[in-house]
Ligand binder design. Structure first.
Ligand code: HEM
Length: 331
């Protein structure tokens, strides 16, 4: 399967590469990004916490790449086993949100080989799609929800925005269609944006990343969720780490010609049915103090050579400045 996909991709690379915007460099922070972070922080009460993924737990482990990962990418991230610093989170800006809340996402951010030659960072959520396709749409999404003089969001304003931007409900619908997450290491996370892997021979493969729990999904019924303590996800993670059963596979979903590069409110056609390539496995070894994760950002644009995100998509490139503004205001 791996050989077949490589051959297919090699033939279609030039058009692909243009579509996915593979040249360029880091993008400066924009006034729009500043306004997005300010609006997110206002929603979250301007507290000393992240305005998104505010509640979380830091953890450490080891990433062991596979031979297939090394064959697809010359990145030092796939060269040899490396230390992982990771943070699991519960979506939204409330650091006290109950862990069983169904309407917000679960996040998974991690750094491979921090401080080393292969330093590579990912920020993922438990949905294969995002709720907006661009920072402009993100700001409009947020502004439609800003409370009026009575302290409440205007339902008509939200409806008008949603009617004009129906794709912005796709992620919420996906989350609502799934059971409550029973374990941070019992659910899949997606990188959402397409990335390009380049191997030692220069062959390029466009993929989306999915992190899949090695022990399968762990879900709760609504009744089980109601009975859970507010912070059960950290207790669950601690127990699974101690039992050495907390691990997640990194899978690549390979792009086909014609796949969208930036329409991240939708999956690629049959994306969930495509064969995947296992690039490696993260095994978690210890719970880490939260300061380790809180005193830095996870920057998805920071990847070791041989692995790159979409440089022409501001929804991706503006994440670094957004996270940098955010940390400067929350510490
Ligand atoms: C331009 C688009 C985006 C903006 C402006 C934005 C904004 C933010 C901000 C301000 C934070 C807090 C960061 C910190 O204080 O360290 C954050 C965190 C986060 N974002 Fe985004 N975001 C964007 C796109 C995305 C996308 C597409 C995803 C999903 C793939 C995502 C997933 C997350 C997660 C999981 C966290 C928690 C990170 C952590 O654990 O430290 N974001 N985002």
């Amino acid at each position: 399967m791996f050989r077949y996909q490589s051959a297919g991709l090699a033939m279609s690379v030039p058009a692909f590469m243009l579509a996915f915007g593979l040249t360029g460099s880091a993008v400066a922070q924009s006034a729009e990004t500043e306004e997005i972070v300010k609006t997110m922080r206002n929603f979250a009460g301007n507290q000393k916490a992240r305005p998104s993924g505010a509640k979380g737990q830091c953890v450490i482990g080891t990433f062991t790449p596979t031979a297939e990962g090394k064959a697809l990418s010359k990145s030092a991230a796939f060269d040899k086993p490396s230390r992982v610093v990771a943070r699991f989170s519960v979506g939204g800006g409330n650091p006290k949100v109950p862990d069983a809340t169904k309407t917000v996402n679960r996040g998974f951010s991690f750094k491979l080989d921090e401080g080393g030659a292969g330093q590579t960072e990912f920020v993922m959520v438990n949905a294969p799609i995002n709720f907006v396709t661009s920072p402009t749409q993100m700001l409009a999404f947020l502004k439609a929800r800003v409370p009026g003089a009575d302290g409440r969001p205007d339902a008509d304003k939200i409806k008008a925005f949603t009617d004009a931007n129906p794709e912005t409900t796709n992620q919420a619908k996906f989350l609502a269609s799934r059971p409550v997450v029973g374990s941070w290491v019992g659910v899949s996370y997606w990188g959402i944006h397409p990335y390009t892997l380049t191997n030692a021979a220069g062959a390029k493969t466009v993929v989306k990343f999915r992190m899949a729990p090695t022990g399968g999904d762990v879900s709760l019924t609504d009744d089980e969720a109601k009975a859970k303590p507010s912070d059960f996800l950290t207790d669950d993670l601690t127990a699974r780490v101690a039992a050495k059963t907390a691990s997640i596979d990194m899978l690549a979903i390979v792009a086909r010609p014609g796949d969208e590069a930036t329409k991240v409110t939708e999956t690629w056609a049959d994306e969930d049915k495509r064969p995947t390539i296992k690039l490696g496995t993260i095994a978690f070894s210890a719970i880490e103090k939260n300061e380790t994760c809180d005193n830095a950002i996870f920057d998805p644009t920071n990847t070791a050579d041989g692995l790159a995100g979409p440089v022409n998509d501001p929804l991706f490139t503006q994440r670094q400045p957004a996270y940098a503004i955010s940390i400067s205001q929350r510490l």
